[in-house]
Design a protein. Structure first.
Length: 346
């Protein structure tokens, strides 16, 4: 039996309570791998809730911030060091180490790098990643989209694995309400203000869920709050149940990103409900949204308004079928398992 360590970030528990897409993917991937007969051990914070074997004596950053308020800026690095020490003590217990965090694991693994896999859940086109990849050309890296892989050096590329979700988490919804939805951080990368303008121009109410970005809190106050009203309601952070209600009841998800999105998990969360997606043509979007089938890929607010006018022509059952064919956790796990087996044989 293949023995795999899944090393989650320490920012949120596994699974996360509100946002935390990486931790959600680690959770669903680990469960699906176990269903395929893989012996999975999860390295994750102590406030995680899982029936998988788990190693980790320390709470997540989110739990520490909830308890103490603002914490010292070195706390995330300290949590990572503690987690990697726990991994170091058990390295011989695993055939493959699959890391989903930042950088230090590459140095810890040393000669074990060839039997490891790193999934980068963020953009790869900035200086930090350039330095990282240049320093560890023997580190296998899985991309989460072809768009992201284009920024990973060929020496590091181990394959592309699109995200997937547990197929039974979000059921098909065939009777949406009138509103459209936005789910994401309230930040200039995600552009909730654009979503409000598009919905208003189309004559549709919009409901927005998501956290105010701690790195850019003024954005919400300056760009989003002034646009709120009876037809544009901000719901705050949404957990799985609230997100499901929001997406299932929506005629469409608006995804007006303004950055090279490496994947965009909320797009497939919407598709799981049968809810089509109107997304801007950046990053992974044209890989995820099948234009005219599961939604529309647009390049401007005007195109988005026009897409909303024909959104009811799309078949929500077909949107769900495409989710089941392309974006389940089982499919994701099979793709990763193929990479693990190739790395172990190398």
């Amino acid at each position: 039996m293949l023995r795999v360590a899944q090393v989650a970030p320490n920012i949120f528990p596994v699974p996360p309570l509100h946002h935390g897409g990486t931790e959600r993917i680690v959770h669903d991937l680990s469960g699906a791998l176990r269903g395929l007969g893989v012996d999975v051990t999860l390295f994750a914070s102590s406030d995680s809730v899982t029936d998988l074997p788990r190693i980790g004596d320390h709470p997540s950053l989110a739990a520490l911030e909830q308890r103490f308020g603002r914490v010292a800026p070195g706390v995330p690095a300290a949590l990572d060091a503690l987690q990697l020490e726990a991994l170091r003590l058990r390295l011989d217990d695993f055939d493959i180490v699959h890391a989903h965090g930042e950088f230090a694991h590459a140095a810890l693994l040393g000669p074990r790098r060839r039997h490891s896999l790193t999934t980068v859940h963020w953009r790869v086109d900035e200086l930090d990643r350039a330095l990282f990849f240049a320093g560890f050309p023997d580190l296998p890296v899985a991309a989460i989209s072809a768009a992201q892989e284009a920024g990973i050096p060929p020496a590091n590329r181990a394959g592309v694995v699109h995200h997937g979700l547990a197929a039974d988490r979000y059921p098909l919804s065939l009777a949406p309400a009138e509103h459209v939805a936005f789910v994401g951080r309230m930040t200039d990368q995600k552009r909730p203000d654009v979503a409000i303008r598009v919905a208003r121009a189309a004559g549709l109410p919009i409901r927005l869920g998501g956290t105010i970005d701690v790195g850019n809190p003024d954005y919400f106050e300056r760009r989003v709050r002034p646009l709120l009203g009876n037809d544009a309601a901000y719901l705050g952070p949404v957990d799985d149940a609230a997100k499901s209600d929001l997406l299932a009841g929506a005629r469409a998800l608006l995804f007006p990103i303004d950055w090279p999105e490496p994947f965009g998990l909320v797009m497939i969360e919407a598709m799981a409900h049968g809810t089509p997606v109107i997304a801007w043509n950046n990053g992974s979007v044209p890989e995820i949204v099948e234009d005219g089938v599961t939604g529309f890929v647009v390049a401007s607010e005007e195109e988005a308004v026009a897409a909303l006018a024909r959104i009811d022509r799309l078949d929500r059952r077909q949107v769900r079928r495409r989710f089941e064919a392309r974006f389940t956790a089982e499919r994701m796990a099979r793709d990763y398992l193929a990479i693990y087996q190739r790395l172990r044989a190398a």
